[in-house]
Write a protein that binds this ligand. Sequence first.
Ligand code: ADP
Ligand code: MG
Length: 225
Amino acid sequence: TEEMLRKSDKLSIVGQLAASIAHEIRNPLTSLKGFIQLFQENCDIDAGKYYMIMLDELNRIEHIMSELLLLAKPQVKSYCDTDLNKLVRFVATLLERHALVQNIHIVTDLEKDIPLVRGEENELKQVLINLIKNAIEAMNDGGIILVKGFREGDKVLIQIIDQGCGIPKDLIDRLGEPFFTTKEKGTGLGMMVSYKIMKEHNGDITIKSKAGKGTEITLSFPLQN
Ligand code: ADP
Ligand code: MG
């Protein structure tokens, strides 16, 4: 039955996830353990210069944990009629200053009175934050991130268009794999969380990208009847 299918689906995802979490956390833990052993064996060692590295490792674990908690917490979900334009404005304002520091302007182009969609606002904010953050992180030389909201046929679309480094064709399919990241300090969880949330909204994420030119990510939501 469909329910059983969904359960076994979930189990294999949990299994995959558990393996990669173990791996991701073991690395910084091994390194921390190494440092502590080093200090224990050499009491006169100048520990000070290693603290930064140790803190980095701890921060990495903390970062992974906080993203995982978002997934694991059985959050109370409340779906309501959602104005996606309003969410876009909220998140754009939230990230505005963070973007400006890197000489990036977030520009919105929002069609008036787009239909409301059925949505869990906190989760959808999370998706927008994840995607716009990725756009910011892709644009080393500054520029513009354009966020559009409009209706097209029986769908409401939100597009996030950046002028960043782009994504090589062969990597596009790997986005959403847990812990797939090309960043030194990335977690590789943002896209996975976003796909999961969009799926729960019966929506979709499509990605168009040109290496060196930029990326266009489209969120599509079904119209309510
Ligand atoms: P993280 O941001 O922690 O690396 P994500 O799941 O958010 O994890 O993204 C996974 C990978 O997808 C990123 O490391 C990056 O390579 C790629 N990516 C996602 N969005 C973009 C974008 N807008 N431009 C370029 N690359 C992107
Ligand atoms: Mg990210």
